[in-house]
Ligand binder design. Structure first.
Ligand code: SF4
Length: 504
């Protein structure tokens, strides 16, 4: 691959290898792309800028939300004087916004060295080299995928968990979404390649894998097998050492019972489902060009719960889509009340230039959108808190996370995710061994709020620690990077679904 041939210029200040920083502005798809960018750069000789100024800053951008533009140009503006002081520094912008804005980025921020698109991530090291050599900005955006992204080297954020792309692009045409224009038509990866990557992750210590695609359950349509996603889940169930399988995101229109059966019958597929509702009004769903209706949506949830009674179901909802009336919004509240989501990613609609909805003339005033949004979140918070309270008295099996939030610093609780993906803050009884990120603890649920569960075992008898291969892998990765393992280290991970105004 071309990147392997490139030698980046050494850092200006020292002869040390050049240091990079990747800033991710976006969704989980972007976060996974950032892992690939990181892998490519390290393959090409760059090192992470841990405690020194970066010689290269790469922005991996998102175009789904409008203020992503402001965020990007704001951060680029802050870097302009830094780059003036360090003429060897390079700045690259990739991702969906780059795919959309192309050369406009260098027009607005001429100090940017490279602009690359969502289809040619693999060219980044070459483009950086070319920009340096030619002393001119390089803008290269491809319309179609050159290499399936998963074939590129990847540096995973967490050693004990990984994402695997099963498809890229989307064949749907939701009127609020810019993804189809930016990521192109759906391209499915061959099952053998996917399973080989899952196996490789497991071999390197991962105990959890999330299968990733814009619309995972239309997987297989491209190569003529509509049952391919269910088969893929079952095949993941055969992989020894793989403890937790998750996936995101399905689409209600294409969600079939064979997937529900595969989830229910494959023990390592977790009892959790992210099912984007977007609106509870059939009229608005039509305007959104989402081909299911609220009745079908509720029917899916019912069948999932019949087969997987403790499944935690989460969703995405957009409030204030153009033309949304008070009655349409009331329909959304009704479906939300009936759905009993464990949590919801809720968005206030804002115009996304380039999308059909952005052209619609009946935009809802911002104040109305905000007021509806507050009513929706109040309802969902109430439901989430009630469902979480019902879990007090049960036990949770928690995969310990490397995230150390403010919470854990102030209370000394550690954090992880239950089998149903609920966030659990737990304490370790005095005298009991602390887990490493990637280990699994079983703890009693003793408290609940809308966004998390609390688990404070009274004594060692109520606390079980299982040291896992995931914990071993995390420890080995720590030792490799800084040689100092600790139980709460790496910075935050990225939430599910589209970029959020508010995370559950
Ligand atoms: S919202 Fe999802 S399903 Fe709809 S067009 Fe965008 S990526 Fe495709």
């Amino acid at each position: 691959m071309p990147h392997a041939l490139q030698e980046p210029a050494p850092s200006a200040a020292t002869t040390a290898p050049p240091a990079y920083e990747v800033r991710t502005l976006g969704c989980q798809m972007n976060a996974h792309d950032s892992e690939r960018i990181t892998g490519l750069l390290e393959n090409a000789g760059y090192v992470p800028a841990l405690d020194r100024d970066p010689d290269l800053v790469v922005f991996n951008t998102c175009a789904v939300r409008e203020n992503a533009d402001n965020k990007l140009y704001g951060q680029l503006g802050q870097l302009a004087p830094v780059k003036c002081r360090n003429e060897n520094m390079q700045i690259a912008v990739g991702g969906c916004l780059a795919q959309k804005d192309r050369a406009t980025i260098v027009d607005r921020a001429p100090w940017v060295d490279v602009v690359f698109g969502t289809h040619n991530i693999g060219s980044l090291p070459v483009l950086l080299e070319r920009a340096r050599h030619n002393e001119a900005a390089q803008v290269e955006i491809l319309e179609a995928l050159e290499t399936f992204p998963s074939a590129l080297p990847t540096k995973r954020e967490q050693a004990y968990a990984g994402w695997v792309s099963i498809s890229v692009g989307c064949n749907n045409t939701c009127t609020f979404c810019i993804v189809p224009q930016l990521r192109g038509k759906e391209k499915d990866r061959r099952p053998g390649d996917i399973l080989a990557e899952v196996q490789a992750l497991v071999d390197s210590g991962a105990v959890e894998v999330t299968l990733l695609g814009q619309n995972v359950n239309s997987y297989g349509v491209e190569f003529g097998d509509r049952g391919a996603f269910a088969k893929l889940l079952r095949a993941c169930g055969e992989i020894e050492g793989l403890e937790r399988v998750r996936f995101t995101s399905p689409h209600p229109a294409a969600f079939t019972d064979d997937v529900i059966d595969a989830m229910a019958e494959t023990p390592n597929v977790m009892p959790q489902l992210h099912m984007p509702l977007q609106s509870g009004s059939d009229r608005i769903l039509r305007q959104m060009r989402r081909s299911y209706r609220s009745k079908k949506f509720l029917g899916i949830l019912e069948r999932v719960r019949e087969r997987i009674p403790h499944a935690a179901i989460t969703t995405d909802i957009i409030v204030g889509f153009p033309g949304e009336t008070e009655q349409d919004f009331q329909d959304t509240l009704d479906v939300v009340a009936a759905s009993e989501f464990s949590s919801a990613f809720t968005f206030q609609y804002s115009v996304r230039p380039g999308t059909p909805a952005g052209e619609m003339t009946d935009q809802v005033p911002a104040a109305v959108v905000k007021e509806r949004f507050e009513r929706l979140t109040a309802l969902q918070d109430h439901i989430s808190a009630r469902l979480n309270r019902e879990l007090v008295g049960t036990t949770a099996e928690v995969l310990v996370s490397a995230q150390s939030g403010r919470k854990s610093q102030s209370t000394h609780r550690l954090t992880g995710r239950g089998r149903d993906q609920r966030l659990v803050h737990f304490s370790v009884p005095e005298g009991s061994p602390a887990p490493r990120p990637g280990d699994v603890v079983t703890v009693p649920v003793t408290g609940a709020a809308a966004y998390h569960l609390l688990a404070d075992p009274r004594d060692a008898a109520e606390y079980t620690l299982r040291r896992s291969r995931g914990g071993d892998a995390w420890e080995a990765a720590q030792a490799e990077s800084c040689g100092a393992p600790s139980s709460a280290a790496a910075p935050g991970a990225v939430g599910l679904g589209m970029p959020t105004l508010r995370k559950p």
